[in-house]
Every structure is written in C-alpha cells, then in structure tokens.
Design a protein around this ligand. Sequence first.
Ligand SMILES: Nc1ncnc2c1ncn2[C@@H]1O[C@H](COP(=O)(O)OP(=O)(O)OP(=O)(O)O)[C@@H](O)[C@H]1O
Length: 272
Amino acid sequence: MTEPVATESHVMPKLDMRGVRQTYAGVHGDVMALEDMNLSVAPGEAVAILGPSGCGKSTSLLLAAGLRKPSAGSILVDNEPVAGPRLKTSLILQDFGLMPWKTVEQNAGLGLQIRKVPKSERKYRVARALEQVGLQDFASSYPAELSGGMRQRLAMARALTCETDLLLMDEPLSALDALLREEMQDMLKRTWQAAGYAQVLVTHSIEEAVYLGERVFVMTPRPGRLAYTLDNPEMHADDWRSDPLFFERCRDLREVLTSSVAKAAESEAVHA
Ligand SMILES: Nc1ncnc2c1ncn2[C@@H]1O[C@H](COP(=O)(O)OP(=O)(O)OP(=O)(O)O)[C@@H](O)[C@H]1O
C-alpha cells in the first residue's frame, strides 16, 4: 500500500490552509469540526477529499470559499488571507445552487451579476460558457426542463463565466445515476484540463476521487484533518478507469477509509 506522502510543492500554492480549527456552537455544547487542518493545493492541481461522514469536508470548502471564518488558523489564496467570497473562487454544491425561476442563461450569468460585470460583457461570457458545456441551445430553458446532467453542466458554466482559478465542489455528482455520473466525471476532467484551474473535489466515491484527483486525501473522523495522502499522477492516462493501477489505488483507499470509518464509529460509541 502507498504510504502517506507529505507533498511539499515549491510553487506558491493557490490554496493554503494552515492549522485550521472550526468549532460550531451546538445544542449540546461546542462541536469541533476541524482541528489542525492543513491543505495545500497548487495552481492548476486537482485534488479530491474523502472521509467519514461529519468529518468536516464541507466545512473545509466553506472556509476555503470565504463563506465562513475559521475559529483558528490561516487560509490563504494566492498568499492573501481569505476575508470573504473571492471573485475567482467558485463553489459548486450538491444541489448546484440553481434558481428555478431564472433561465439557463440567467443562472449561468448569476456569478457575473453578483460581481457587477456589465451586461454586454456578461452576455458574451455566458454565451461562451454555455457553448463550452454544450448548453447553447437551452439558453432560454428553465432548470426544471433540464436533465440532472444538464443541470450539472449549467453549474459548471456558471463557474466558467467567472474565469475561476479555484473550483471547489461538494459532492457535485452524488444525485446522478451511475452511467451519467461517469459521463459527468469525464466532463469535469476535460473542463479542468482545458481551463487549468485548481480544483478541490469532496466526494464519498472512492472511484470518483481516484478518477479526478491528482492527489487524494483521506480525513480523520471529526475533528477532521488530513490523515493520508495518495499521489495519483497517473489519473491523466487515457482510459484510466480500465487501468489495473486504477483498481489498485481504489482498493488501497478503501482499506484506509474503512479503518477511518471504523475509528469514527468507535469514537461515537465512546462518546454516546
Ligand atoms: N452550521 C453548523 N452548526 C453546527 N454544527 C455544524 C454546522 N455545520 C456542520 N456542523 C457539524 O460539523 C461537523 C462537520 O460537518 P461537515 O458538514 O463539514 O462534515 P462532512 O464531512 O461534510 O459530512 P458529510 O460527509 O456527512 O456531508 C458535523 O459534526 C456537523 O454536525
């Protein structure tokens, strides 16, 4: 099995989380979601994060997106402290955050509208992004008229209009059926390879993590931090899903994750 690797890059990271702690006030007292969370992602790098339920994966993304302030520690993007939502950071959630009453074109342009980009510029950038994801013929449709895969592509178009350099995704494909999910994984990989942003994917699927992550991290049970790193540069290979190494990587990660989940269950039992 691959041993944990402490990868130190010499390039300035796109995202750098150091010693991050996040505590939430709960009804039965404070809940420590993250403790000493360290995550460094290089420009243009794609990483995936796996971990037991409730270990703080979504919290890490909210913090990186500037939608929450950490209780302690530092979060830097391009070496600047994250003080709030940032122009070129996009976050795609499981429900894609689409507005049902807005058309595809309006939904795709929402990020630009919030960022007060002039209408003419918005129109051009939206048209280009819809073309990139193959939704150009659906500009005046509404989300309810789209399939699950098309909604996912629309969420992607919104990120592309904003010239995103850091894309954060929280289980973006979990609502899709297996075949469509693979198709969308291909789309995510192609778009990332073409656009060159840094990408952080949170997923419960080991296969998805190994397909889309150049590095795959496994988090500890809550309070979460990265406990294990798998270097996975071969994910660029053609037909990676059929490669024997792909299966080996998935098997290794399954072992690591199973032991992490077992520890989480033990700890819940002790604290029950
Ligand atoms: N707004 C909140 N208020 C109080 N507690 C919260 C809040 N958000 C998250 N938590 C708690 O923090 C911990 C981490 O939650 P988080 O959603 O980040 O985990 P996760 O790893 O994404 O979980 P899952 O895999 O189940 O989606 C959990 O125990 C959760 O109950």
